[in-house]
Each structure stands twice: as C-alpha cells, then as structure tokens.
Design a protein around this ligand. Structure first.
Ligand code: HEC
Length: 148
C-alpha cells in the first residue's frame, strides 16, 4: 500500500516536471529543432528584442489594452503576409486580437531590410507553439508587394 503510494507520487512528480519543462521551452529557441530555422531565429530574437519587445514584451504577451499580444495571437496567426506589412509600414486603427479591441498606433520600421523582417518573423512564427518554418527574404518581398 505504502509502496504504491510512493510510486504514484513519483509518477505525478515526473509528469509535472516534464510538463513545466515543455511550457518553458515553448517560449525559447530551445523549442526549435530545425537548424535553418534556428539560424534565422537566433538573429531574429536579437532584432525582436531591439525593435519589438519594448512594446510587445519579450514574452510576446503585450501590455494590457494598449499593446496587443503576439503570443498565441489569433490575428497574427491568421495572416502571415499582413504581419510583414505591419512590421514594415506600421498599423493604425481598430483591430481585434483574441477578442480584445485595440485602437492604437504601431510605428513603421522603414529601416528594417527584408532579411531583418525575415529573421524576426521566422523567430516569432516558430516559438510560442508556432511552427511555420523559415520565412525568408523572398517571401517578405512578395508579402510587401500586396495583399497576400
Ligand atoms: C511602439 C510600440 C510598438 C512597437 C515597437 C511594435 N509594435 Fe506591434 N503593435 C503595436 C500596437 C499599439 C499595435 C496595435 C495597433 C492598432 O491598435 O491598430 C501593434 C500591432 C501588431 C501586430 C498585429 C496585432 C497582433 O497582436 O497580432 C503585430 C503582428 C505586431 N504588432 C508585430 C510587431 C513586431 C514584430 C514588432 C517589431 C518589429 C512590433 N510589432 C513593434 C505597438 C508596437
């Protein structure tokens, strides 16, 4: 009786340890297995921290009703091309992200090259449970041309 209790306790503990490790990895480069994706994402993380994290935060969770989340954002995930255009040209006006209305202004990033945007997007689209693979500079060029 006592043994089976110990066994159960050990099992519960190891499951819990495994689970908390998984949710921690979801937010880091450690969750990326593909080396090409990783090459982009390592530099993408640095660029993200310089150009995006002031507002959207390192964990992508945004700031209350002023800054929408990127972490598990339905808006970001429904249209990859639009994200490229938002990064390059900025975003103004009403948008709804995960059921919350935002009506603020995100400044443009005209100084970022297609390669910079490619790295940032490869990073944010391959962490937080996302798995979109490499988003390269050619794709960014295509997205910036229009409504793709
Ligand atoms: C000065 C603050 C600021 C910075 C810096 C900034 N954003 Fe934003 N971002 C916003 C705001 C505010 C909105 C919502 C605009 C609106 O209400 O129309 C937004 C919206 C977005 C959206 C669409 C909504 C969503 O949450 O899915 C994406 C994607 C996004 N930003 C990505 C980025 C990325 C990537 C960077 C870095 C290159 C960045 N932003 C830099 C403030 C910022």
């Amino acid at each position: 009786m006592r043994n089976s209790f110990l066994l159960l306790a050990a099992l519960t503990l190891s499951l819990w340890a495994c689970d908390s490790k998984k949710s921690k990895n979801e937010n880091t480069l450690a969750s990326i297995k593909d080396t090409k994706v990783l090459q982009y994402a390592i530099e993408g993380k640095v660029l993200y921290e310089n150009y995006c994290a002031n507002c959207h935060q390192n964990d992508g969770k945004g700031l209350g009703k002023l800054i929408p989340p990127l972490y598990k954002s339905d808006y970001m995930n429904e249209d990859i091309g639009r994200t490229a255009r938002i990064i390059k040209y900025g975003q103004i006006g009403e948008i709804t992200v995960n059921g919350q209305l935002y009506n603020e202004k995100m400044p443009a990033n005209g100084q970022l090259t297609n390669m910079d945007i490619a790295r940032i997007m490869t990073y944010i689209y391959n962490i937080w449970g996302n798995n979109e693979g490499v988003i390269d500079a050619n794709k960014i060029e295509y997205y910036l041309k229009g409504e793709h």
